[in-house]
Design a protein around this ligand. Structure first.
Ligand code: NAI
Length: 338
């Protein structure tokens, strides 16, 4: 079975307790792709999250090692590892939240769309497992291209009869995290004080920072707007190039994924006023999916907020974003249709 429980059983020295059965209060979370560049630090940070009682780590390689390692951390969550497709169902059964960073990352010169052929199939298979084993779970989808993998996941769930738009969220938090950091640098502020809404999608021009809505209220020169917009849209490529073939953002992504997952869990717990940006089923534009601020609650996405007032620069950006997004969404849909 899974490494942690096996070790406990084999030693014969584990006293009966509710923890080993995952009985402590908190949520059950699975990470699919847990042995990867994002998966490992994400698993570590989720093990540190007090809202998590059970943490399932699934991958097609290396989960026994990652699980053994992380299970030694003296935090509350019980960690279990699952290896390969035969253990996918066991990994998913009973989960409240499933985080998916499975799939290949970019190398220099690649767009996120270049990952489509491999990652589309991975996401499809994993979502079929979710539909079967934990159809009520909240899904945080990280695998790129998010603009297409979220529509793929939605189609898989629709086919299975389990689709609930409130529970499927594409993770665009890293764009917000980057925007907060870069804007804080320009303004000379602590990034923790800065809140930049980033809407649209998660690739190139579809990443649309709304600099006119930055909190605390501030104004930028046109030069600053051009610089910030470009840097936020290409932050991922900045990392891909600096890593020079060794992959894309993993550490900042794991941080962003945990920030987002924690918001989802606090919503599930019933905390009020949890608002984050995410790529979700949406009526904010004419497109079926769009990233904007959403309110998170007991049932997942409880409200999708409109974009608010945009300036002329942002309106032009929005049109560009929608054009590219429409094609990426359609690409996801047609992958399932064919
Ligand atoms: P990685 O290659 O280091 O790790 C991916 C992991 O997925 C590997 O351990 C691999 O064994 C596993 N995997 C492959 N097929 C699988 C399957 N069928 N089931 C379960 N696991 C499987 O890649 P990294 O850097 O962790 O990136 C993962 C994904 O996240 C990529 O698609 C990347 O583009 C995306 N990403 C998304 C971001 C976002 O903001 N949404 C930011 C950065 C990366």
């Amino acid at each position: 079975q899974h490494p942690t429980s096996q070790m406990e059983e084999n030693s014969g020295l584990t006293r009966a307790n509710c923890r080993a059965k995952g009985g402590s209060p908190g949520f059950k979370v699975a990470i699919l792709g847990a042995a990867g560049g994002i998966g490992q630090p994400l698993a570590m940070l989720m093990k540190m999250n007090p809202l998590v009682s059970v943490l399932h780590l699934y991958d097609v390689v290396n989960t026994p090692g990652v699980t053994a390692d992380i299970s030694h951390m003296d935090t509350g969550a019980v960690v279990r590892g699952f290896l390969g497709p035969q253990q996918l169902e066991a990994a998913l059964t009973g989960m409240d939240l499933v985080i998916i960073p499975a799939g290949v990352p970019r190398k220099p010169g690649m767009t996120r769309d270049d990952l489509f052929n491999i990652n589309a199939g991975i996401v499809k298979t994993l979502c079929e497992g979710i539909a079967k084993c934990c159809p009520q779970a909240i899904v945080n989808l990280i695998s790129n291209p998010v603009n297409s993998t979220v529509p793929i996941a939605a189609e898989v769930f629709k086919k299975a009869g389990t689709f609930d738009p409130k529970r499927l969220l594409g993770v665009t938090m890293l764009d917000v995290v980057r925007a907060n950091t870069f804007v804080a640098e320009v303004l000379g502020l602590d990034p923790r004080e800065v809140d930049v809404p980033v809407v649209g999608g998660h690739a190139g021009v579809t990443i649309l920072p709304l600099l006119s809505q930055v909190k605390p209220p501030c104004s930028f020169t046109q030069k600053e707007i051009d610089y910030l917009t470009d840097r936020i849209q290409n932050g991922g490529t900045e990392v891909v190039e600096a890593k020079a073939g060794a992959g894309s953002a993993t550490l900042s992504m794991a941080y962003a994924a945990v920030k987002f997952a924690d918001a989802c869990l606090r919503g599930l717990r019933g905390d009020a006023g949890i608002v984050e940006c995410a790529f979700v089923a949406s009526h904010v534009t004419e497109l079926p999916f769009f990233a904007s601020k959403v309110q998170l609650g007991r049932s997942g996405v409880e409200e999708v907020y409109p974009l608010g007032p945009l300036n002329e620069y942002e309106r032009v950006g929005l049109e560009k974003a929608k054009k590219e997004l429409a094609a990426s969404i359609e690409k996801g849909f047609s992958f399932i249709r064919k």
